[in-house]
Ligand binder design. Structure first.
Ligand SMILES: *Cc1c(COP(=O)(O)O)cnc(C)c1O
Length: 359
């Protein structure tokens, strides 16, 4: 039996071209071949991120860089904007780094209110804010532009944004929005195998890092900056994943960013329509729905884990039965990465086939 095709919100299905790229011959990472590979990735990656500065390449999952942002930037106090599993955990990570941290916590399934951020920052004492743009656990897409505007209206407060499940699928223009650290793990919206994260760091964030103690080595922003000047990484990177990244960013620019955004919008609408047809409500509030996955409320009270199992057994497709404390109370379908109208229609046909047994 082949492995099921993944429609879970990460890791997602990998294109054959990606696997092929990863099989290119190994090279040494302290030589010209590697410098060319590194340099070849940058123009397209910068275009996708909307920044004039190179992005750094971290051989880690997203959490490596999420923790790094805390360790490099927080000197006074961080404000963590919490609305689901990943954003909530960032607060715990800040605490475990020994940093002073406060949070704005909303219910899972709600979005962050920019005005609440303004009120909290107005209390003073903060120098960093963390935001998860697309909270993959709840299918909520936070109002990035509005929150960025609020944060930017406070002097010396840096904004760190996790775009793990939105990068390249919706616009996240780093420079235009004044984002200080923009990061993404590669196994979700970018549809690469896990093990790599990409991140942009603003001048202001580098300036802050210069005077922050306890940055460590592996995730020290200044080490990345120094290595980047020579088209390199501080320590040995996952070269196979960089081959995959090069292939991927080239193919994204070839697809065209506007086309890619439109494709995600279209495929996401197809999934939402499927849910509406069977009476499932969105877990996200109207206007704050993710464009890369749907998280449905289990308002029909179906046996979610049996449903997921049946879709897998009958059709060899894998969907997700809810994350963390909303497991069973929600279920999620992903349209991120390489999905097409055909592949999403295949998923819908399978769901249509199985759902009558559960309603
Ligand atoms: C998956 C995910 C993460 C965590 O990624 P790891 O690869 O486990 O480090 C962080 N943020 C968001 C929004 C995610 O979806």
């Amino acid at each position: 039996m082949p492995k099921p095709k993944l429609f879970i919100p990460g890791p997602v299905d990998i294109a054959p071209e990606t696997y092929a790229a990863m099989a290119e011959p190994m090279i040494g990472h302290r030589g010209k071949d590697f410098e060319e590979l590194y340099a070849d990735i940058q123009p397209d990656l910068k275009k996708i991120a909307g920044t004039s500065r190179n992005l750094y390449l971290s051989t880690s999952s997203a959490w490596g860089v999420m923790e790094a942002a805390i360790r490099n930037l927080v000197q006074k106090k961080v404000l963590n904007l919490c609305c689901g599993a990943f954003s909530d955990k960032w607060y715990g990570v800040a605490k475990s780094c020994g940093k002073d941290a406060e949070k704005i916590q909303v219910e899972w399934g709600e979005a962050i209110d920019p005005e609440a951020v303004r009120a909290k920052l107005a209390e003073g004492g903060f120098d960093t804010v963390t935001l998860v743009h697309n909270e993959t656990s709840t299918g909520v897409m936070n109002p990035l532009k509005e929150i960025a505007e609020v944060v930017k209206s406070f002097d010396d407060v840096l904004l760190v944004v996790d775009t793990v499940s939105s990068f390249s699928a919706v616009p996240t223009p780093m420079d235009e929005l004044g984002i200080d650290v923009l990061l993404a793990g590669v196994q979700k919206a970018l549809a690469l195998p896990p093990g790599l994260a990409v991140f942009g760091v603003s001048e202001a964030a580098l300036e802050r890092a210069r005077t922050t103690e306890g940055r460590g080595y592996y995730f020290d922003f200044l080490e990345f900056e120094k290595a980047d000047a020579a088209n390199n990484t501080p320590s040995t990177p996952s070269i196979a994943l960089l081959y995959a990244l090069r292939e991927k960013v080239h193919s994204i620019v070839e697809e065209g960013l506007e086309n890619r955004y439109a494709r995600h919008e279209k495929l996401n609408a197809m999934l939402r329509e499927w849910g509406a047809k069977h009476g499932f409500e969105n877990f996200a509030p109207e206007g704050h729905e993710s464009k890369t996955l749907v998280c449905f409320k289990n308002n029909k009270d179906i046996d979610v884990s049996a449903f997921v199992k049946a879709v897998r057994e009958k059709h060899n497709l894998l969907i997700n039965g809810g994350y963390g404390k909303v497991k069973g109370l929600t279920f999620r379908l992903s349209n991120m990465g390489n999905e097409t109208e055909e592949s999403i229609q295949e998923l819908i046909n399978a769901l249509d086939d199985v759902i009558p047994d559960f309603l």
